[in-house]
Design a protein around this ligand. Structure first.
Ligand code: DHB
Ligand code: FE
Length: 282
């Protein structure tokens, strides 16, 4: 049977996509130094565990979906997922492998479970997906894993609640555990932590709230599902709403989890960046 080995989280800023090919050069750069220091422990865990499949909870920022058609939840069922120009000048990277059979298993299970998702047999993936994959699998070694993108709307209100995203994660966790192939599956939640990119509160960061979320998500994620979307936007900023992607990831970790790594850094591009590794207990 498929087995969930653990969860990874990281912020997903476009500027990081630009920095990824220059990692060696930027390693000691004062702006980037602390940021890069967060990743070796996470990469070491990925190397040790060697997942076969990555299920990535992310939000599209206007590359594949736009304001005219914005699904609340969309699941990829494509053989391959490509990145494309988002207007940030992020270098093009090799495509990501899909796993259509596993995607359809998850889609069937979600619809049975009353999640009326959008199914995508073609899907471009933006920095919300590509930056985390490039950080955890450096030098484009992400081609060693198959991927299933799960897109959650954090862009156009109304957004799904933290509780609903946690339940989506739980449903995906159950779907994975009922898949009869021997696969090691890692769950990834991208985006966050507190940030607001525009409007009166542009530059807003809330360290106290972020650290509370990073603590609670390990052993008491249910307490975070009691936050409303308005609470989240007030406490974490308009784009800090991306924390629902972390909660979806956490919902999918079915057992108790052990924190392997956690780091928090202010700020790359007005964003508090958080990185975590949680191992799923059997
Ligand atoms: C930026 C974009 C993002 O999607 C994000 O989550 C954080 C920062 C940016 O444009 O700087
Ligand atoms: Fe984002």
């Amino acid at each position: 049977m498929a087995r969930i080995v653990g969860g990874l989280t990281t912020s997903h800023i476009p500027a990081i996509g630009n920095a990824v090919p220059k990692e060696q050069e930027l390693k000691n750069d004062p702006y980037w130094k602390e940021f890069w220091a967060a990743y070796p422990p996470a990469r070491a865990w990925v190397q040790k565990v060697k997942p076969d499949v990555a299920i990535v909870f992310y939000n599209d920022h206007g590359l594949n979906f736009f304001l005219d058609k914005m699904p609340t939840f969309a699941v990829g069922a494509a053989p391959i997922y490509r990145h494309a120009d988002e207007g940030w000048g992020i270098p093009t990277i090799p495509p990501f492998k899909g796993d259509q059979e596993f995607s359809w298993h998850i889609i069937e299970a979600l619809v049975q479970d009353e999640f009326d998702i959008t199914t995508c047999q073609e899907m471009l993936v933006d920095h919300g997906f590509t930056v985390p994959m490039s950080l955890f699998w450096p030098n484009a070694s992400y081609t060693d894993v198959k991927t299933i993108p799960v897109q959650i709307n954090t862009v156009q209100h109304p957004l799904p609640s933290p509780a609903r995203c946690f339940k989506l994660g739980q449903a995906i966790g159950r779907a994975v555990e009922s898949y009869p192939k021997d696969l090691k599956v890692v769950m990834i939640g991208t985006g966050g932590l507190s940030h607001q990119l525009d409007g009166e509160r542009a530059g807003f960061i809330n360290k106290k709230f972020d650290l509370m979320c990073m603590e609670k998500i390990v052993n008491d994620p249910e307490s975070l599902t009691r936050l409303s979307m308005h609470d989240l936007v007030r406490e974490a900023g308009a784009q800090g709403a991306e924390f629902i992607l972390w909660l979806a990831m956490r919902g999918a970790l079915t057992g108790k989890v052990k924190k392997i790594h956690s780091s928090y850094h202010i700020a790359i591009s007005n964003t508090a960046t958080g990185v975590m590794v949680m191992e799923n207990a059997a």
